[in-house]
Design a protein around this ligand. Structure first.
Ligand SMILES: Nc1nc2c(ncn2[C@@H]2O[C@H](COP(=O)(O)OP(=O)(O)OP(=O)(O)O)[C@@H](O)[C@H]2O)c(=O)[nH]1
Length: 361
């Protein structure tokens, strides 16, 4: 999962690690002629071999700081500490930015990650106690977590504390997986001992009501429906009324898939929102849709402010960047990931879990 992004982040770690290793090696070999104050503190056997590289001798006048090989005078190693300057990291950070863009991370998000990594890794003395890879990984983890932790919303806590019934509306484009996601969440909420009702708010697509009804029957959840073509706001309103009078805890409301460019259908979503006053509006899209999903999330959020996103099909070959980008662009958290076609295949999104996946070996 998220293999592409994982691979790119690991490439960056390796680039920095390799470069620092080669600089460290070069420093060790050149130290006796150039860093007397450091040499004085070291054991005699740590002194450079008599045949230190000729090039280093030529380029390093006595007492001057050593050029640092690949980092081009950019890395200073003193007392086991590493100092990286912005200039030294320029090349690898540029490569990282390109790699992030290739992994569906949107430009402003990639820039934000680069900025945080740069701040974390430059200008400060970093103890070389752990491997450089750890230092780089820490900076990347920090940068990505920062973005994902924007406006966190704990779904379980929200549902627990909210006055019942809690009405949740699902919006998004066609075929993104809304219906399946509603069924999965129905199961999830039942497993958490909530009583659930479903509103067949997709009155537009032929077969949508029946599709949802099949799920509702399998799950033993009551579904409220009108005829195809009916006003979805009225269906959802009725479902909420049903939940109130039958003491149901949660209403999960489907809506027709629509293109964010369809003004009439986006107006319809606004109407639903006005009439029903949902507790949560959740945007559903495919993790594999990458930057398209990011763009759609932004436009949907502009039309009807969302509270969070569920990304489906994360089990397919998704690059991973969409999750990070959508959180940043909408300023709203990722709530769940769809991880397959079974009801149980839904995973509550946790930043730590996601970031761990990106760095697992
Ligand atoms: N692999 C995988 N497939 C999924 C996931 N979620 C949904 N699907 C599949 O995606 C397809 C579309 O899902 P639906 O739930 O019908 O999509 P929808 O958004 O309701 O579609 P519309 O009603 O047209 O808006 C179905 O074949 C689902 O089984 C997921 O997390 N992983």
């Amino acid at each position: 999962m998220f293999d592409k992004l994982k691979e790119k982040l690991n490439d960056f770690k390796k680039t920095i690690d390799d470069k620092v290793k080669s600089v460290t090696q070069a420093e060790k070999e050149q130290k006796p002629e150039t860093a007397p104050e450091t040499r004085a503190q070291e054991a005699p056997q740590a002194a450079a071999p008599a045949q230190a590289p000729a090039r280093a001798k030529e380029t390093a006048p006595a007492g001057a700081k050593q050029p640092s090989g690949i980092f081009d005078k950019a890395v200073a190693l003193t007392r086991g500490e590493l100092i990286l300057s912005e200039k030294e990291l320029e090349g690898p950070l540029w490569d990282l930015e390109m790699a992030l863009l290739e992994s569906d991370v949107a430009l402003p998000v990639a820039e934000s990650i680069i900025e945080t990594v740069k701040k974390d890794m430059t200008g400060q003395r970093k103890k070389l106690l752990s491997s450089t890879g750890d230092m780089t990984e820490d900076a990347l983890r920090h940068a990505i977590s920062d973005i994902l932790n924007v406006n966190t919303l704990d779904f379980d806590e929200f549902v627990r504390n909210r006055e019942k019934p809690v009405t949740i509306i699902f919006i998004g484009v066609n075929g993104a997986g809304k219906t399946t996601t509603i069924a999965k969440l129905g199961q999830y909420l039942k497993d958490h001992n909530y009583s659930v009702a479903i509103a067949a708010g997709d009155t537009f697509r032929a077969g949508a009501i029946e599709q949802l009804e099949r799920h509702a029957e399998k799950l033993g959840i009551k579904m409220i429906k009108h005829q195809q073509g009916a006003d979805p706001a009225a269906v959802i309103y009725d479902a909420v009324a049903y939940a109130k009078s039958n003491k149901k805890d949660i209403v999960l409301a489907d809506t027709a898939g629509r293109l964010h460019t369809n003004i009439n259908l986006m107006d319809q979503l606004r109407k639903i929102s006005r009439v029903v006053k949902p507790d949560l509006v959740i945007f559903v899209d495919e993790a594999i849709a990458g930057n398209d999903a990011v763009e759609r999330a932004k436009l949907f959020n502009d039309a009807v402010p969302i509270n969070g996103t569920i990304l489906t099909k994360a089990d397919a070959d998704s690059k991973g960047g969409a999750a990070i980008s959508i959180a940043h662009i909408t300023g709203k958290p990722i709530l769940f990931l769809g991880m397959g076609q079974e009801y149980k295949d839904i995973k509550k999104f946790e930043t730590g879990w996601f970031v761990d996946r990106l760095f697992e070996r």
